[in-house]
Design a protein around this ligand. Structure first.
Ligand code: G16
Ligand code: MG
Length: 219
């Protein structure tokens, strides 16, 4: 049976995905090209350095490592500027209700984010003490779609992957959960999150009982 829920941060708990997109778009524009919202799907759940590589390839640019480091830190500064203005009001609709159901159901929780800024964001939105385990970009060596961020979460909670449900909004994150051997709830569009076991537009329209029923019925 399912014992733990593992949550992605950006796009699941808060909509920082929009801030990442704004900051990357600004960087691309300064480099003389543009990125679309559709292109941005490829960046979701992907680490900062890998995201930059994908963007530079898109713009047809090859740059030396020092310059790439500078661009990545430039992007992060713009991003942090947006994050610093966040409050509990930025928590996505349905999250609070969903977490109270999670607690009532006696499930364990972990955060599984490849963001190095995850602890700061949790603090800004007042959710630092909510998770039983926090796995973020500072604790992992491989970003999504590698399953490391979720398998480490399961290990810290002392549960098996088959006892976990992952909540993800990104293609790379859904793949990470599936490769980790977990039941994956995709939050977004079924056309995009094709690998997910269950897809819903957001946590707002899901109940813990419904997720548990579907995940526990998995063959
Ligand atoms: C998030 C975002 C990605 C971002 C990555 C690294 O992952 O979805 O777009 O590139 O973190 O973030 P940072 O630059 O803050 O270290 P997740 O796993 O929370 O969706
Ligand atoms: Mg995400």
């Amino acid at each position: 049976p399912i014992k733990a829920f593992l949550f992605d941060l950006d796009g699941v708990i808060v909509d920082t995905a929009v801030y990442h997109y704004q900051a990357w778009k600004r960087l691309a524009n300064e480099l003389g090209f543009d990125i679309s919202e559709e292109f941005n799907e490829r960046l979701k759940g992907v680490s900062r350095t890998e995201s930059l590589d994908i963007i530079l390839a898109h713009g047809g640019l090859t740059l030396p490592d020092e310059e790439k480091l500078e661009l990545a830190s430039q992007k992060n500064n713009w991003y942090l500027d947006l994050v610093s203005r966040m409050t509990a009001e930025d928590i996505l609709p349905g999250v609070a209700t969903f977490f109270s159901q999670v607690r009532k159901a006696g499930l364990q929780t972990a955060l599984g984010s490849v963001s190095k800024n995850a602890p700061l964001i949790l603090e800004r939105i007042g959710m630092s003490a909510v998770f039983d385990a926090v796995i973020d970009g500072n604790k992992i060596s491989k970003g999504k779609p590698d399953p490391e961020v979720f398998t480490k979460g399961a290990a810290e909670l002392e549960v098996r992957p088959a006892e976990c449900v992952v909540f993800e909004d990104a293609v790379a994150g859904v793949e990470a959960g599936k490769r980790g051997g977990m039941f994956v709830v995709g939050l977004g569009s079924p056309e995009v999150l094709t690998q997910a076991d269950l897809v819903a537009p957001s946590l707002d329209v899901l109940t813990v009982d419904e997720v548990l029923a579907k995940a526990n019925a998995r063959p």
